[in-house]
Design a protein around this ligand. Structure first.
Ligand SMILES: Nc1ncnc2c1ncn2[C@@H]1O[C@H](COP(=O)(O)OP(=O)(O)OP(=O)(O)O)[C@@H](O)[C@H]1O
Ligand SMILES: [Mg+2]
Length: 375
């Protein structure tokens, strides 16, 4: 039986709701060859949206290459991932992968491994390192293949902010931007969840990827969309939830996509037939428990000052952290400390700062934190 609620992985079909405008815009960008930068907090629906938009592109001349670079630790791992993803996506048969590699990349040693398990993917290793082949050739690989075949290619790179972590990050970004922006038959969809890092890469004037493409920042799916979605998912199990309680489910987690689905699933487990208020309460408690170990991990190793900053935010302070009163009351050290604390908490994705206003990145975290640390 199809799962009524899915969380934690990309969603498709009946588990995907709304995002009509974003899907349309992304699809049009794909078809027109417009580069897109997609930013949204973790678990809010980037991967699902990109899948959805890809699915809707019907032009047979447009081919997609997708990769996730979260585990690439340096530029060579990135080039390796980039080249192997391009080759695997564009080869029409397995044997063609090696030919393509040899034709289009110099001095690589392609090795293919196909696992006996038919559901698992083929993996390709090219042995890309500092001496072979040159990065420009790798970065230009999709364009060369596209020209040769008379096709257009959209390269989708998930967790792109990882590029910002490389030792020679700026140099790599300069190379990539310099080459990618000249390509006529290839466009890019670069997305990632580390908002802070993504914004540094794409929104800072001094950075190579400044104004690289259409910036798409995902807003939360509105309650008007969530409520009928939740109600209809309960109906598939012959259960009923009132519009008020469905609204409670999405609003209590601030419309945060993955939490809405996880919470709704908890409520479904609790309820029988008709959902009662206490099922919602129990489902919420379950949600906090389910996420506690992740939250604990997130704050592990924070200094006393950083913890105090979180206490202040949890107490409802969103601005004016550098005022004497707030700094003294919450013991956060000196004024110059505040900027450092905020930088680290943003990097750890605990807080987000917009126009001087600070908020928790995660709507459930402060509820848990207050219970554990603000007694
Ligand atoms: N359009 C949608 N309709 C319904 N639920 C959604 C939608 N988009 C996302 N979700 C919910 O959010 C979860 C995470 O989605 P997805 O993996 O696409 O997000 P992401 O932003 O790519 O996450 P990550 O930051 O982990 O890469 C899904 O499992 C689902 O519960
Ligand atoms: Mg994702």
């Amino acid at each position: 039986m199809e799962k009524p609620f899915v969380y934690g992985t990309a969603v498709f079909g009946e588990n995907f709701t709304d995002r009509v405008n974003e899907t349309k815009r992304l699809k049009m960008n794909f078809e027109a060859g417009v580069n897109t930068v997609l930013i949204s907090p973790r678990r809010t629906g980037k991967t699902s949206l990109v899948y959805k938009a890809k699915e809707q592109v019907s032009d047979p001349e447009v081919k997609f290459v997708s990769m996730d670079i979260y585990d690439c630790r340096d530029e060579y791992e990135f080039y390796e991932k980039f080249a192997s993803s391009v080759l695997l996506a564009l080869a029409t048969k397995v044997d063609q992968v090696v030919d393509l590699a040899k034709n289009f990349l110099s001095r690589v040693i392609p090795k293919i491994s196909i696992s006996p398990d038919p559901t698992s993917e083929i993996s390709l290793s090219l042995g890309i390192g500092p001496s072979t082949p040159n990065p420009e050739q790798v970065l230009n690989l999709p364009e060369v293949i596209a020209q040769k075949r008379g096709i257009r290619i959209v390269v989708c790179i998930d967790e792109f902010q990882q590029v910002g972590e490389f030792d020679n990050s700026i140099e790599v970004q300069k190379k990539a931007r310099g080459i990618w922006q000249l390509q006529k038959n290839v466009s890019y969809c670069l997305f990632g969840s580390k908002k802070h890092m993504m914004e540094t890469i794409f929104k800072k004037r001094s950075m190579p990827f400044y104004q690289f493409g259409d910036m798409l920042e995902l807003d939360p799916i509105p309650a008007e969309e969530w409520v009928p979605f939740i109600i209809s998912r309960f109906e598939t199990r012959f259960m009923r939830i009132s519009p008020d309680l469905a609204a409670e489910v999405c609003n209590r987690v601030a419309l945060y996509s993955s939490y809405v689905q996880q919470f709704a699933w908890n409520v479904m487990i609790e309820a029988e037939g008709e959902v009662r208020k206490e099922d919602v309460e129990n489902g919420y408690e379950m949600l906090i428990r389910q996420n506690a170990s992740y939250f604990r991990q997130q704050i592990a190793g924070l200094t006393a000052y950083q913890m105090n900053y979180i206490r202040a935010l949890a107490a409802g302070i969103h601005t004016g952290f550098t005022t004497m009163e707030v700094m003294t009351r919450y013991r956060m050290g000196t004024k110059s400390n505040i900027a450092k604390i905020e930088k680290i908490l943003q990097e750890k994705e605990l807080i987000v700062k917009d126009n001087g206003q600070v908020e928790f990145a995660d709507p459930v975290f402060p509820v848990w934190f207050k219970r554990e640390y603000c007694k």
